[in-house]
Ligand binder design. Sequence first.
Ligand code: AMP
Length: 403
Amino acid sequence: MNILIVNAGSSSLKYQLLDMEKEKVIAKGNCEKIGLADPFISYKHSGKEEIFKGAKNHEEAIKKVLDILVDKKNGVIKSFDEINAIGHRVVMGGWIFKESTLIDDKVIEEIDKLSEMAPLHNPAHVLCMRACKKVMPSVPQVAVFDTSFHTTMPEKAYMYAIKYEDYEKYHIRRYGAHGTSHRYVVEELAKVLKKDVKDVNAITCHIGNGSSITAIKNGKSVDTSMGLTPLQGVVMGTRSGDIDPTVVQFLCSHKKQTVDEVLTYLNKECGLLGVSGVSSDHRETTKASDGGNKRAKLALDLLAYSVKKYIGSYLAVLNGTDAIVFTGGIGENSKEAREQILENMETLGIVLDKEKNNNFKRGQVELISAKNSKIKVYVIPTDEELMMARDTKEIVKKLKKSK
Ligand code: AMP
């Protein structure tokens, strides 16, 4: 079964075609700058990369991707019939979508209604689902939500202590994000621990440009660091993470900016970038810090300290844990970040094996805690597209059986 995975943003559309018998990527790429000047489409397959002219809108982008995939010279499939299903990433499923869902008109409408809470993403997902339906009407489509995994959080974890009537009326609460990644790594962790995922307790740290930490009890999310939006939580590449809301009022008044402008600032100009003044990129900030840049060092300290605090609070929430998992661009690749986050946590049962932390082969699952560490520490590379394709496959298989 071949599954096309689509991850649409407001001006981009990432795609991946997977052979789900072998769980192997056949081809992948990105339609960038959709609707902007100089749009282009990248296409990677069989170790090669090509660039094609881009698209004016999402419908054209999908059509172009399909044409590229079936192209006589460089295509990887002979016809559209070789695409058995499409899986779409959806950023915001709110309180409505508790699991991945077969897409029909009603589902598209509901996703559209949730746009207020993800204005850059949900409208793009909807455009893309409609475009796929138009181009391939008979191919089943599945929506996989970033928020679904966190719908198991108890009220005390997802509620903000605002007036209950406002929570009810406006659905203001914690939704979290990166759910597909947290779910993927905990399922992989269960395999390594040789346990049923239902018996696994873990703290999963997805640390990349955007980052979130999740407390997982019996395989289910019971708390997560991101909130109503992905601005809340730990310090990120350009996002401030947790902040006293009064800071917004202060900035509005001192910088003569609107709330929207300050929120854009907190999302795009803060975090590693804002504190270091160097870059939102962890590698660049680390380089600057190693070269003696004090603000770069401070930015890295803030990031590591914020992650450490979430790990500490989730250890309390879970009453201990089987494992801590690092994933995401920084979590998987930065030995410095992992070491800094976990230093001085021995009395809590966490001891890193520095040798293993420094010298493991990237791209594979690795245990990096010391033998005497009560809590195991793993690096597990995430694969959100594979998780999405697994969900899509399951749903389509059930659909076929019910016919
Ligand atoms: P992501 O958003 O998951 O793609 O992660 C992006 C972040 O991962 C950026 O801050 C990168 O600097 C960081 N990153 C990627 N590779 C490395 C590496 N080898 N060492 C340190 N950080 C890395």
